[in-house]
Design a protein around this ligand. Sequence first.
Ligand code: BMA
Length: 340
Amino acid sequence: MIGIEKQKKEKINIEHSQSLPNIPWEEKPRNCKGVVWRYSNNPIIPRDLLPESNSIFNSAVVPYHGEFAGVFRCDDIRRKMNLHVGRSKDGINWQVDEKPIKFICEDTDIATFKYGYDPRVCWIEDRYYVTWCNWYHAPTIGAAYTFDFKTFYQLENAFLPFNRNGVLFPRKINNKYVMLSRPSGPGSNEFGDIYCSQSPDFCHWGKHRFVMGVVEDLYWQSTKIGPGPVPIETKDGWLLIYHGVLTSCSGFHYSFGAALLDIDEPWKVKYRAEPYILCPQEPYELMGDVPNVVFPCATLYDVPTGRIAIYYGCADTVTGLAFCQIDELVEFIKKYSMKN
Ligand code: BMA
């Protein structure tokens, strides 16, 4: 029995660190100038997939037993922000549960679920951790884990309010869990820089370090920035895709960019590309409940081919898929990196 359990875990570990032959994929179109290209059949998830969904976006997916599973942000027709489980055989066609996740939480001080949004899912060692923007008197980082995407056990909130975009690294670093986040104010536009925190036990988070902040004259990332998908380990550092915000005459524009962080001290930025890698341009990114938003929350990665599939929210309404090749993206970041 123990042998079978061990084999199962090893299989999942391989799924999370090596090959993903069924990764959704489409070759780069000939006329594409950028380093990231969109799936031709975007959006992959419509806003009204569920009987009571207003919008489904900013969601997180992972490989799961040869298929895919994930946690989806579904705002309902009351405009409550909820988290739902989704499953897919091919990473493109998704079945999303009609009912939101009910977290098991014995501590009544933190058990009240008022809202949850922008989830991330991260496999570490033996389980899937979910982090999200969780209401606890104000927005902060909620945390939970699951083994099977059926039962979810809620943990202590990681930080004090106000915080958003808690993104875990997919393995312990120097024997500590490590999480990126974006401390902020009560509104969503006071400030937004990326910080890195560590924990020995997933309960006590400390050693908070500044990673990187907004850049005044790189306009796409001049208002605020926040970590996106779980970072990917490469020989050149942790590949971090993150969102950046520009303030225009008609409001915020959310794009995404990329950086490489030091492997052992991930609060140290090695390279950070000046240009964005994707910005709102397609109708489903330009129009919706919040126009001009592309917001990445997850990637799938196939090591042998270097293929990356990026899941991102479009205009706070639907879910899109984009692709890139890891070597090309790493080269792009280095070529266009800011000078320190
Ligand atoms: C951020 C978050 C995201 C959202 C974005 C654009 O502050 O609320 O969920 O996609 O704004 O509205």
